[in-house]
Design a protein around this ligand. Structure first.
Ligand SMILES: NC(=O)C1=CN([C@@H]2O[C@H](COP(=O)(O)OP(=O)(O)OC[C@H]3O[C@@H](n4cnc5c(N)ncnc54)[C@H](OP(=O)(O)O)[C@@H]3O)[C@@H](O)[C@H]2O)C=CC1
Ligand SMILES: O=C1O[C@H](COP(=O)(O)O)[C@@H](O)[C@H](O)[C@H]1O
Length: 508
């Protein structure tokens, strides 16, 4: 796999040979509307789809052509006449089919529609590729995969099945889902389990940051690092998704998948190559070294009404008295030489004071007495919003003073890179699925290892009916959070010692 634009186009040509039908199943839903169609349009706009392309939205809902077009274009921005022209072209090869998820006839009709298009457009063997994107609730994954397998897969090109999370609810259900899917689509060639965090620019950058800089390699271990925080905050509640969310909770929603993936890239050993299997081998090794989480290393929360916003339990789709956590803080320990005794503290929450995703690597205190009160160094990777990497470090205060001043080396992307165009994570992953690059898709053994870490804790929470601590909508989480963080030695730099991003030196 190559990663220059020319190389990417070559990969795409080799894999798809200039032809593909993409079927978005669950086309009437939230994900399809907000991400799948806008990202397919984004790829078309950047000339990153095969020359002969056909896009089908498939779901049970009945839509007229106008309703469908309105739905899928509502999140597409067209800033120029050129964009509008591109969108019109895109819509010409994009259509909607209403059909069931559990009827063979419906999948046969879908197959006929695709075959007719292939014939009409004179696609040759090798160009008749089919990418099935399951933007669907997990309850229908299996019946849809089975319908596609029996009636819609091609024998004259490649089949790719892209599956959304969640992949199961615990180790046992994951294994069952996987073994049921295994005879339908081939794990090595056809299955692409998407975790869109692996498509985010800053998460993809971690491998480069760690392994392309001599600067960081020697520091990347418990010899120098005191703690690692991985945080995902959202300043909105489960609004409208309470029904889904209550069955899963925050740990299954974003921690067992997105944040654990982030942690594995951050903590894995150097892969022997940059290809998909070498990277995933290292991630699996790392995940297998993570100790199961203990109940005492877990703090759960649930938001209540505040600041004119409803509480979690006010959502009509949430069962009365639900104890589903909407916030969790978890501390992990990795049982290997590099990370012995270094806490990895993962935090995620809905209805918080802000929205952001970041990694904060806190270094140990300085040895010796020369600058004994100097604050700890920190390396921060801000995944979103406003991508940045910055290092908090100590500098002489500029001017007459020789005080030690906490400041930063700041790589804020929008300040540093001109013509910055960061593709949406889904755009990048859909392209990878077409060009056959699996590095940022989740392998079956990774998932098994990840469920092994989380299942004992999840079962304990459910069996003991642990009641989450309440926190008001729009805050940092439960009041017990500060004490929880203190237990792992996390150091909070007082605000008067540190300003970001601009520092007023005269007032220091
Ligand atoms: N939304 C998001 O931001 C994200 C979602 N995901 C994952 O993507 C997948 C799709 O998510 P999302 O689009 O939010 O889901 P939706 O709830 O919007 O469902 C998608 C479509 O599936 C059909 N559907 C819904 N419920 C059922 C049901 N009980 N039985 C059969 N069909 C049903 C509906 O289409 P119709 O009735 O027309 O057939 C619906 O439009 C999920 O696995 C989710 O976890 C992952 C990351 C982010
Ligand atoms: O998978 C999910 O992710 C989103 C967060 O994704 P982001 O790209 O917006 O950071 C989360 O809101 C949702 O609950 C979860 O299902």
């Amino acid at each position: 796999m190559t990663s220059t634009i020319a190389g990417i186009k070559e990969d795409l040509k080799r894999e798809m040979q200039g032809g593909v039908t993409v079927v978005v199943l669950g086309a009437s839903g939230d994900l399809a509307t907000k991400k799948s169609f806008p990202c397919l349009y984004g790829l078309y706009k950047r000339d990153l789809l095969p020359e002969k392309v056909h896009i089908i939205g498939y779901a049970r809902s009945k839509f007229s052509r106008e309703q469908f077009v309105k739905k899928i274009t509502q999140h597409i921005k067209t800033d120029s006449e050129e964009d509008k022209k591109k969108l019109d072209e895109f819509l010409k090869f994009t259509e909607y089919i209403s059909g069931a998820y559990d009827k063979e006839e419906a999948f046969k009709d879908l197959d006929k529609n695709i075959s007719d298009w292939e014939q009409k457009n004179k696609l040759k063997k090798g160009q008749k590729n089919r990418l099935f994107y399951m933007a669907l609730p997990p309850s229908v994954f299996l019946s849809v995969a089975s319908g596609l397998h029996n009636s819609t897969r091609t024998t004259e090109g490649k089949n790719r099945l892209v599956i959304e999370k969640p992949f199961g609810k615990d180790l046992e259900s994951y294994k069952k889902l996987n073994s049921d899917l295994a005879p339908l689509f081939d794990e090595k060639e056809e299955v692409f389990r998407i975790d869109h965090y692996l498509g985010k620019e800053m998460i993809k950058d971690i491998t480069t940051l760690r392994f392309a800089n001599m600067l960081f390699s020697p520091l990347w271990s418990g010899y120098h690092i005191k703690s690692v925080q991985i945080t995902l905050k959202e300043n909105f509640g489960t609004e409208g998704r309470g029904g889904y969310f209550d069955e899963y909770g925050i740990i299954r929603d974003v921690m067992q998948n997105h944040l654990l993936q982030l942690m594995s890239v951050l903590a894995m050993e150097r892969p022997i190559r940059r290809d998909a299997n070498a990277i995933r081998d290292e991630k699996v090794k790392l995940l297998r070294s993570v100790k199961p989480i203990k109940m005492e290393d877990c703090l759960l929360g649930q938001y209540t009404a505040a600041n004119d916003k409803p509480g979690y339990l006010d959502d009509e789709t949430v069962p009365k008295g639900s104890t589903c956590p909407t916030f969790a803080a978890l501390a992990f320990y990795i049982n290997n030489e590099r990370w012995d005794n270094v806490p990895f503290i993962m935090r995620a929450g809905k209805a918080m004071e802000t929205s952001k995703v970041e990694v904060r690597i806190q270094f140990k205190a300085l040895p010796g007495i020369l600058f004994e009160d100097a604050p700890h160094n920190e390396l921060v990777i801000r995944v979103q919003p406003n991508e940045a990497i910055y290092i908090k470090f100590n500098n002489k205060s500029p001017g007459f003073s020789d005080d030690c001043l906490l400041t930063e080396l700041d790589l804020t992307y929008k300040n540093r890179y001109s013509n910055l165009q960061i593709p949406d994570a889904y755009e990048s992953l859909l392209l990878d699925a077409m060009r056959g690059d699996r590095a940022n898709f989740v392998r079956d053994d990774e998932l098994e290892a990840s469920w092994e870490i989380f299942t004992p804790l999840l079962h304990r929470i459910e069996k003991d009916k642990i009641v989450p601590e309440k926190y008001p909508y729009g805050t940092r989480g439960p009041a017990k959070l500060s004490k929880f963080m203190d237990r792992y030695g996390v150091v909070h730099t007082p605000h008067n010692q540190y300003q970001w991003p601009i520092q007023d030196v005269a007032e220091e």
